[in-house]
Design a protein around this ligand. Structure first.
Ligand code: TPP
Length: 560
């Protein structure tokens, strides 16, 4: 999807308000609208279904729709969803909040009762019964970067304002359309927000300062952050890596922002959670050039990262910091383009070689240990795969896997809502049906949103799903004071039977508890040509090394 605004549609043929909104989203590359219909939203759903270029993607519930939209936007750059008033839109709210935290733009449209109903303060379904209709608009506020209630008069201007805000902030927006307004023609009178331009003097100052810092440094490295992917600037930042010859590492939230098969990649950086060679190279160098770095708990190895502010540069979306100096009103894309042209090529700086998970351990009837599981998963990955990794122990294992060329790793590192990954994998698969989508989730997380599996089959998608069944909330066991406390236990489901019950006819399904069974299942999943679903049973405390490091880091994780 282009990051620039497409030209506005001419409104001479007097489109309805909802048609205008849909046509603008279509021009921006959105083809699919996730959601659940409802009477107050019928005009929106009807208009989507009446448009031959758009699809209504019915979800099992609104939370799943929001997560699916999130997964879709991570691949395509923008997503849209539609809900009904009150319970519908509020169901989506936690998913929208997660998208806000993680800079994922979702256009959330909700249908409201008619303006006459609202003016009469009528007591109608989906309300609190108090005759007030503004509550849910208020509740949306902190989870979106812009919101509006549409009228025929404001439709064009407000749609453009919301689109501009979603792209400027890379965050969700909220639009409510009253039932009577939806099918009224727009009364077009709008100014279109101009695309943000960098301040030329500030841009030159920042780029001069960065070139000087990198030129003077004896050793230096690049840390490309998640915003690079959200802005679609991967190729441009890769050009900076190539032009400068600098090694690069990524923090946890940023994994695969640049290709891990690139010769300049040195591995994951996260303070004391990194390989010692990477930690020393990044922290003891003279200059760290970050692109949209976020010093969050998990990115910094539970706040153990020691990045001297005077030696770091952070090129943010709309501003840049070089040491202690801020350069305002400059766009990341412009700084990146200038750096690719102006940074000197450093052939004298060599970083450590990235580690990988090594040879898988175990065979035959051996139980499935962490040393057996994670290297096998890493080897299973192929070029261009989309890997959706749920919060939980699996993510802390897979973060250390070296990803093949063109493959991307997705995790909700900051918001960390369990249940996100299953619908997000569906959204990602729908966004890129030609790529292989692999979902890895813990069974506790999967219990939250497992019904969305049914959508893969419904829309002809063939994911490979791994459910890690370790009899409870392992990551919580490793974080809390009494690991065996019963609140970390779960109802035991027959997970491998879920696809069958949920209508995923013809899928390859297996439950494996030994290395031999796992090898067999991996081979079948690779070749079966259908969706695949593998429940992997391990002992309760089987955890990858990074999860054990996290277990040992609770002091710094919670006591900053
Ligand atoms: C919506 C939500 N509720 C609760 C939590 C707290 N939480 C974090 S991880 C976790 C357990 C994950 O367990 P599971 O998916 O089985 O993975 P495991 O760590 O056992 O491999 C919970 C309950 C959360 N992050 N999000």
């Amino acid at each position: 999807m282009s990051t620039t605004r497409a030209l506005p549609t001419k409104t001479a043929k007097r489109e309805t308000t909802v048609q205008y909104v849909l046509s603008r989203l279509r021009q921006l590359g959105v083809k699919d609208f996730f959601g659940v219909p409802g009477d107050f939203a019928f005009p929106i759903s009807d208009a989507i279904c009446a448009d031959k270029d758009l699809r209504f993607i019915g979800s099992c519930n609104e939370l799943n729709a929001a997560y699916a939209a999130d997964g879709y936007a991570r691949i395509r750059g923008l997503a849209a969803m539609s809900t009904t008033y009150g319970p519908g839109e509020l169901g989506a709210l936690p998913g929208i909040a997660g998208a806000y935290a993680e800079h994922v733009p979702i256009f959330h449209i909700t249908g409201q009762p008619t303006r006459a109903t609202q003016l009469a303060h009528a007591v109608v379904h989906h309300t609190l019964g108090d005759g007030e209709f503004g509550h849910f608009y208020q509740m949306a506020a902190p989870a979106v970067c812009a919101r509006t209630i549409i009228t025929p008069e404001n439709c064009v201007a407000e749609t453009e304002r919301l689109i501009a805000a979603a792209l400027y902030h890379r965050r969700p927006v909220y639009m409510a359309i009253p039932g009577d307004v939806a099918n009224q023609p727009v009364i077009a009178a709008a100014t279109f927000p101009a695309e943000q331009q960098s301040d030329a003097a500030a841009l030159e100052g920042a780029v001069d300062a960065i070139v000087e810092a990198v030129t003077k440094a004896e050793t230096a490295c690049i840390l490309p952050g998640i915003l690079v992917a959200r802005l679609g600037l991967q190729a441009e930042v890769a050009a900076v890596v190539d032009a400068s010859g600098l090694p690069f590492a990524t923090m946890m939230m940023d994994k695969t922002v640049l290709d891990e098969s690139h010769p300049s990649y040195i591995g994951m950086y996260g303070g004391d959670w990194s390989d010692e060679s990477v930690r020393a190279f990044v922290e003891e160098g003279d200059c760290v050039l970050e692109f949209g770095g976020l010093p969050s708990d998990y990115n910094t190895g539970a706040f153990t990262a020691k990045l001297d502010r005077s030696k770091t540069i952070n090129v943010m979306h709309h501003r840049t910091r070089v040491g202690q100096a801020w350069y305002e009103n400059i766009e990341m894309k412009d700084v990146v383009a200038a750096l690719a042209k102006r940074l000197p090529k450093r052939t004298d700086i060599c970083g450590p070689k990235p580690s990988d998970l090594g040879e898988p351990k175990g065979q035959g009837d051996d139980g499935i240990s962490a040393e057996a599981l994670y290297p096998r998963w890493a080897r299973f990955l192929e070029p261009d795969d989309i890997l959706i990794s749920e919060s939980g122990t699996n993510a802390l294992g897979m973060i250390s896997a070296r990803m093949p060329k063109g493959s991307t790793f997705h995790n909700q590192t900051l918001w960390g809502a369990i249940g996100w990954a299953t619908p997000a994998a569906f959204g990602a698969a729908l966004a890129a049906p030609d790529r292989r989508t692999i979902l890895i989730t813990g069974e506790g997380s999967h219990q939250m949103t497992a019904q969305e599996l049914s959508q893969f089959h419904r829309f002809g998608l063939k994911p490979i799903v791994f459910v890690l069944n370790n009899s409870g909330y392992l990551i919580e066991r490793l974080l809390c004071k009494q690991p065996d406390v019963y609140y970390n236990d779960l109802a035991q489901w027959h997970y491998h039977m879920l696809p069958q019950a949920l209508g995923c006819d013809g899928w390859y399904c297996a439950r494996v508890a030994t290395c031999g069974e796992l090898d067999d299942a991996l081979a079948k999943a690779q070749t079966c040509g259908t969706g695949a679903y593998i429940e992997i049973v391990t002992d309760r405390y089987v955890a990858p090394p990074l999860a054990m490091k996290m277990h040992e880091s609770t002091g710094t994780l919670y006591k900053k």
